[in-house]
Design a protein around this ligand. Sequence first.
Ligand code: NAD
Ligand code: UD1
Length: 336
Amino acid sequence: MKVLVTGGAGYIGSHTCVRLIENGHEIAVLDNLSNSNEKALQRVKSITGADFKFYKADLLDKEALNSVFSNERYDAVIHFAGLKAVGESVEIPLKYYANNVSGTINLCEAMKNNNVKKLVFSSSATVYGNPKSLPITEDFPVGATNPYGQTKLMIEYILKDLYLSDNSWDIALLRYFNPIGAHPSGLIGEDPRGIPNNLLPYISQVAVGRLPYLNVYGNDYDTPDGSGVRDYIHVIDLADGHIKAIDKLNANPGLVTYNLGTGNGFSVFEMIRAYEKASKRKIEYKIMPRRQGDIAACYANTDKAKNELGFQTLYGIDDMCESSWKWQEMNPNGYK
Ligand code: NAD
Ligand code: UD1
């Protein structure tokens, strides 16, 4: 299939581009590089030995979007492009709503105008808010607690309405848990701008000496060791979930929703120990108050993705930390 990957220069997008090519798909990438570097795409090319088109374009630019679609015929779109910093979304909500929601509407209009009706969308476990129990199944109630989460939820609703209005669309809503890790080559990985918000990029910058210590946000949660528990999934496994979703869309399923996680929860302290083992460095940390908006624990029930997509994760926490460390060590300043 020929797949247009929006946000393909980003963290998850670049890894998915590699796996798409390795699975025999043809790709093109659309990205405005607002949170990424074109070098990631050069490295995707060197990992795979494949060439592909890159359109430096913004989803808010309808004209540019239409020319991307009139230039080539795509069978499907995987839509990663979006802004994702929770704190920033609270400070500048309009930017988040415009970029994520309007950007997706523009994308769907361009797809419709060009009769491309297979779409995989990057949603998030954040749509479950504070879950009433664990593990989380896809039919749990949804509700967001910040503008970033609201954009994910709104887009899910918009895509459901789009499908209801025209059932010739096939749409997969993929709710990611916590993607971490990097390609085993160490050539591509997560390259956050500024101080990282998420745990793993923060730990890896402490390990490499860019940051002095980790702030552990709370050791008094109702969890086995008091720190927050999350379902960390290797970015390569996550990328493979998209390949499975593309296969699923070919069977014309209509609109489908899947959790992409491992089903296992790990605490902050367990992640510190795993990263120390992988990097052979000491991770200094300080216990801080809980971070606003955080929940105690979150992990997926993965049965639906397993049964309907044949999705099974291959990598464990040690692989995730080792590949993250390899990327961090080979690229101490990211792509810069
Ligand atoms: P990322 O920031 O690395 O990648 C997103 C890409 O989209 C970037 O390359 C950015 O330049 C591009 N982009 C943003 N707005 C754009 C626009 N208007 N036009 C064109 N390109 C634009 O983020 P990521 O971690 O790879 O996440 C990919 C997707 O998955 C996002 O939608 C994110 O919300 C979602 N997601 C991420 C996580 C996570 O923990 N990383 C978890 C759940 C969901
Ligand atoms: C965060 C976002 C969520 C988003 C997800 C992926 C918040 C409240 N939630 O989820 O909306 O979908 O990232 O981008 O921001 N931790 C520390 N110290 C740190 C960083 C994190 O102790 O410096 C802890 C957190 O309290 C949490 C765990 O590590 O228990 C994981 O945090 P993080 O990586 O930010 O992911 P989420 O909180 O799951």
